[in-house]
Design a protein around this ligand. Structure first.
Ligand SMILES: [Zn+2]
Length: 443
């Protein structure tokens, strides 16, 4: 795709006015998001003559807060529709949907795919469910391309991760109850198909490259953090004076202004990403679309076939592990695996002090026999995990980190370390999640 980038002030006056009107409209609809809308840096995208224009109906943004405008879309859409998409895209950015993307990570500098992968599409739908129910709670009229949880018979007010797990194409679907449900069951008949298929919300939604991204510097990380705090304060202020801020935005402002490190959420996200990464390496197979689903291409999502990811947990039993700690960590990991349709068959537990003990399969944390108590070498636990058959794809290690580690990651395995003492060490080839043991003890 060959693209020429232009500035808004190079557009004809009519289009410039339309852009200005859309920004004013958006700022008026959700005044607490006005600074964010104004922080978007518009980039006009023109395909070379004879080249297909990229589909920019959703006015997609990138991680530097550029927002991409197609003059033809600007001409065709009314300011309230453009304004809706501006509010929608700043929500993807403010809520950091790109960082939360659970699919296999891509490289931003690698070539962009021509179309979204099934996982990107599913995440786009999940995020849009999270966003649009909050926008709908205002007085906005949603354009036909907008996606709301009701379309999938799901409740409002969930996070994108919850929608991701519940959407009909969620990974490992063949193993969960109701897997034989047709995709069409999730689509209320009264919603007509969007005329040109689903809208791609761009890099701002999933962090993956797009062909239209300009690659120029934009709003810095520091600038984004300051902007986020400013918006959060405006949300609080607006709620105090007017009391009509949608619940999802109030929760978000609380998270930004009073961040509590939620290790449960972080551990769950790390495990979910680990499983998704493994799933990305095996084949996704499309279910045969039903007649109704065929009219709505965005809801036909792939299901995962064999092999199912295998997960092992290595527990440091050298002394610091409390029963409460173990129960919570196991509960968290178990909950994620269940939500992905993985059961006891797919989870093995290895107790490890200076050496590793025979693995156990358990359904409940109370059933784990804690073996050991001597010195500490998590390398022995990882070696035992490598020796399991079938071999685990993801290993979650729970430890205080006062242990030697192997110099490199076990081949073909992802390792997540739940660290219970922040003075402990975690090798840089593993994902680190700091677990607040003080919080665990007080519960
Ligand atoms: Zn979106």
């Amino acid at each position: 795709m060959s693209i020429v980038y232009r500035r808004v002030d190079e557009l004809p006056p009519e289009l410039r006015q339309r852009w200005a009107a859309a920004r004013v409209w958006a700022a008026h609809q959700a005044p607490y998001l006005a600074t964010a809308v104004l922080a978007l840096d518009p980039v006009v995208v023109q395909a070379d003559p004879g080249e297909p224009a990229p589909d920019l109906r959703g006015f997609p943004a990138d991680l530097a807060w550029h927002v991409y405008l197609d003059p033809a879309e600007l001409h065709a859409a009314e300011p309230p529709v453009i304004g809706f998409w501006l509010l929608h895209q700043v929500t993807h950015l403010l809520r950091q949907h790109a960082d939360r993307y659970p699919g296999p990570p891509g490289q931003l500098d690698s070539p962009a795919l021509a179309a979204q992968t099934p996982q990107q599409r599913q995440w786009n739908v999940a995020c849009d469910c999270e966003i649009d129910d909050d926008l709908q709670a205002g007085e906005l009229t949603l354009p036909p391309e907008a996606i709301v949880p009701e379309m999938f018979a799901l409740p409002d007010g969930w996070t994108a991760e919850q929608y991701w797990d519940a959407l009909p194409g969620a990974g490992h679907r063949d193993n969960v109850a109701g897997a034989d449900r047709e995709a069409a069951d999730w689509v209320p008949a009264e919603r007509g198909p969007a005329e040109r298929g689903p809208v791609d919300c761009g890099t701002g939604a999933d962090g993956q490259p797009r062909p239209w991204n300009c690659g120029r510097p934009g709003l810095t990380q520091v600038g984004q953090r300051l902007l986020g705090r400013d918006v959060a304060r405006r949300i609080r202020e607006h709620q105090r004076r007017r009391g009509d801020v949608p619940a999802g935005w109030q929760r978000w402002a609380d998270d930004v202004l009073e961040p509590v490190v939620n290790w449960r959420r972080q551990l769950a996200a790390a495990v979910r990403r680990g499983v998704a990464d493994v799933a990305g390496r095996v084949d996704f197979t499309y279910r045969r679309p039903s007649r109704r689903a065929a009219a709505l291409p965005d809801v036909v999502l792939p299901s995962l076939r064999q092999p199912l990811p295998q997960v092992a947990m290595v527990l440091d039993t050298s002394g610091s592990m409390s029963d409460a700690m173990l129960a919570q960590a196991l509960g968290e990991v178990g909950g994620v695996l269940r939500s992905l349709g993985l059961g006891r068959r797919n989870l093995r537990i290895i107790c490890c002090d200076a050496h590793a003990y025979e693995h156990q399969r358990v359904l409940d944390a109370r059933d784990v026999r804690l073996l050991g108590g001597g010195g500490t070498d998590m390398g022995a636990g990882l070696a035992a995990a490598v020796g399991l058959r079938p071999r685990p794809d993801l290993v979650v290690v729970l430890t205080d980190g006062h242990t030697p580690w192997p110099s490199r990651a076990p081949d073909g395995m992802r390792v997540v370390v739940g660290l219970m003492d922040q003075a402990g060490s975690v090798p840089d080839w593993a994902t680190r999640v700091l677990i607040d043991t003080g919080e665990v003890a007080s519960r």
